[in-house]
Design a protein around this ligand. Structure first.
Ligand SMILES: [Zn+2]
Ligand SMILES: [Zn+2]
Ligand SMILES: [Zn+2]
Ligand SMILES: [Zn+2]
Ligand SMILES: [Zn+2]
Length: 448
């Protein structure tokens, strides 16, 4: 195994060293050494966790998405709740270091699927999930949130008062503003270009660069359409009221302070508590379950929305219709076996983190989530299907979730085309998954 000699990657014990910065420092943006940095690490050349590929997380063609797609397609790795990671580049540097000296199974849940990443069917293909179920990952995510917030606040404070800001106005070249807030205010008061309230913005230099680049490339800031020349673009933006940045483009999210607020998140349930909960869900009524009835027919299945259990999946589905107005068979009509797996794991996950399965609203307690689901009639999947149809939901939320063993029956009841081995694979993987102490799985399918 390679020993990484890089000086900036010491990370023994993630939780203990708050100020550790992972990966090479970023010198690219800062004009003087005393300015607060604009990022925790160099985000322009972020390495893949496993190979020599490099990604620019600030590129217009979205390097972060490319990196995640590459991890899935080439290395079979899915990062859970990736949008919750405060600094994905740091996260990549950290895990790259870990994976350089230990097999991926040491930190990831593994499971087998009968398909290749592109969807082609192929038996027993192995995939990995990196999630906060792994204690190091949990602590890393916590630390990155704190460090990112500290950096953003320091940078924001600096940008509000720094008088060394030297930049000509985007429109009237001779105008100079003493500070960034003055500059942003000038754009609005003199040129009616609205970037945001100065006190809400951070990383203003990069924001202005992006705006300038868009205008130079003759793109409207708001609708992002391309125009043939500068006067036509100016006319369009003025006439249509498009002199502001596109609020639907998440590329701009990082320039708004509000997006860094630490939210009260029940997402991050301590590991011990989560295990406990998973045990409760797995064997609610029979406390002395042992391995002898593991393969028996008397396994109970837990409702997707409450702690109710039934030994018959048919009765359980009737319970869900009667109690929760949720018709499972109807909800998954037309979905493939793997899509049904994702639906079940998605609902389990959302209920666990107290988020609505239809609109994604975050609730504090289980009780308020149940009230929301009842009140809004949200015992249903969202129409677009993009929330649940993510690779991370291939992986079970709970250990030995019996619901996953009954997904084939939907097929069998309606037509006879279901593949029998599908349910076998999924129950195997349930055993293999999450239990990090399980025998270490072979690396044969994992190509570096
Ligand atoms: Zn790679
Ligand atoms: Zn001006
Ligand atoms: Zn426009
Ligand atoms: Zn129920
Ligand atoms: Zn809802």
């Amino acid at each position: 195994m390679s020993t990484n000699g890089s000086a900036a990657t010491d990370d023994e014990g993630v939780g203990t060293s708050r100020s550790t910065i992972m990966g090479p420092l970023n010198f690219t943006k800062d004009s003087t050494a005393t300015d607060p940095p604009t990022s925790l690490v160099n985000e322009r050349t972020v390495p893949c966790m496993f190979c020599s590929n490099i990604y620019d997380f600030h590129s217009a063609d979205n390097g972060a998405d490319q990196c995640l797609a590459h991890l899935y397609l080439v290395h079979r790795l899915v990062v859970a709740d990736v949008k919750e990671i405060a600094c994905l580049p740091s996260y990549c540097y950290y895990w790259r270091e870990k994976f350089s000296s230990a097999p991926v199974e040491k930190y990831c849940s593994a499971m087998l699927l009968n398909q290749l990443p592109d969807g082609t069917s192929s038996p027993n293909e192995k995939y990995y999930l990196l999630s906060d179920i792994e204690p190091l990952d949990y602590e890393l995510r916590q630390r990155l949130r704190r460090e990112k917030l500290e950096l953003v606040l320091a940078r924001h404070q600096f940008e509000r008062t720094d008088r060394n800001f030297q930049r000509g106005c985007l429109y009237c070249r001779d105008h100079r503003s003493a500070t960034r807030p003055e500059y942003v205010s000038h754009l609005y008061s003199k040129h009616f270009l609205l970037l945001g309230k100065p006190e809400h913005l951070v990383f203003v230099d990069e924001l202005i660069e992006i705006v300038q680049d868009k205008l130079n490339r003759l793109l409207c800031l708001f609708c992002e359409k391309l125009f043939k020349d500068r006067p036509t673009l100016k006319e369009h933006m003025r006439k249509k009221g498009h002199k502001r940045i596109n609020p639907d483009n998440h590329y701009y999210d990082r320039f708004f302070l509000v997006n860094y607020r630490l939210k009260q998140k029940p997402e991050y349930v301590p590991i011990a508590k989560r295990k406990e909960e998973s045990r409760v869900f797995a064997s609610d009524s029979d406390s002395n379950s042992d391995w002898s009835d593991w393969n028996g027919d008397e396994q109970t299945t837990t409702c997707l929305f409450c702690a109710h259990t039934e030994s018959s999946i048919v009765t359980l589905k009737q319970h869900m219709v009667a109690e929760h107005t949720f018709d499972f068979d109807q909800a998954v009509t037309g979905l493939s076996f793997y899509q049904r797996v994702k639906v079940v794991n998605f609902i389990r996950r959302q209920m666990h983190v107290r988020k609505c399965i239809a609109c994604g609203e975050q609730c504090g307690e289980l009780q308020s989530l149940v009230e929301h689901l009842d009140r809004e009639g949200h015992y249903r999947l969202d129409g677009a299907g993009c929330a649940w149809d993510q690779p991370e939901y291939f992986f079970p939320t709970y250990e030995d979730d019996q619901f996953l063993c009954h997904l084939e029956e939907v097929d069998n009841e309606r037509d006879e085309t279901g593949q029998e081995e599908g349910s076998v694979v999924i129950s195997e993987s349930v055993n293999a998954c999450i239990n990090l102490d399980a025998e270490s799985l072979s690396l044969e399918n994992f190509k570096l």
